[in-house]
Design a binder for this molecule. Structure first.
Ligand SMILES: Nc1nc2c(ncn2[C@@H]2O[C@H](COP(=O)(O)OP(=O)(O)OP(=O)(O)O)[C@@H](O)[C@H]2O)c(=O)[nH]1
Ligand SMILES: [Mg+2]
Length: 149
């Protein structure tokens, strides 16, 4: 599991651990694949946890991002909880065409973050996915959820 992409995978100045969480089918793995390979595929649900490594340069510093892609399915929840430890960034993903994936961010996923994240300074980001399907749009204004994080 896992692969690296970007500039040559040798030295770097800073390393960050980033976690993708959210309901099954929200599009976490698709986001990660498009970040790494600029392609979109029809993916199968993630089993447990996967990761990919991305190198990039920001402000003259070489960064190594280890991006952990967790399974949204409930049966993997106990396994994925251990991956919150030490994460500097958590990306909460929902599907704008399915309202419950948005409401679950506060009722399920924010609670997971509270329980398992060990880094008080962890940066949280909310991503509303599948905006290419506006005909199915249910909820796009996600800022309310951030109040609870
Ligand atoms: N239309 C559209 N479909 C998308 C988009 N992103 C993902 N999908 C589709 O949504 C389905 C689920 O995507 P995944 O990336 O596997 O979802 P996931 O959040 O990783 O799901 P789990 O691994 O089960 O937690 C797939 O069929 C994708 O092709 C998007 O931006 N637009
Ligand atoms: Mg997945």
């Amino acid at each position: 599991m896992g692969s690296s992409s970007g500039q040559s995978s040798g030295s770097y100045d800073l390393s960050f651990k980033i976690l993708l969480i959210g309901d099954s089918g929200a599009g976490k793995s698709s986001l990660l694949v498009s970040l790494i390979s600029a392609s979109a595929e029809d993916l199968a649900p993630t089993i447990g946890v996967d990761f990919k490594i991305k190198f990039l340069t920001v402000g003259g510093k070489r960064l190594k991002l280890t991006i952990w892609d967790t399974a949204g399915q409930e049966r993997f929840r106990t396994l994925t909880s251990s991956y919150y430890r030490g994460a500097q960034g958590i990306i909460l993903v929902y599907d704008v065409t399915r309202r419950e994936t948005f409401t679950n961010l506060s009722t399920v996923w924010a609670k997971e973050v509270e329980l398992y994240s060990t880094n008080r300074d962890c940066v949280k980001m909310l991503v509303g996915n599948k905006v290419d399907r506006p005909e199915k749009l249910e909820e796009i204004h996600g800022f309310r959820i951030l109040k609870g994080l």
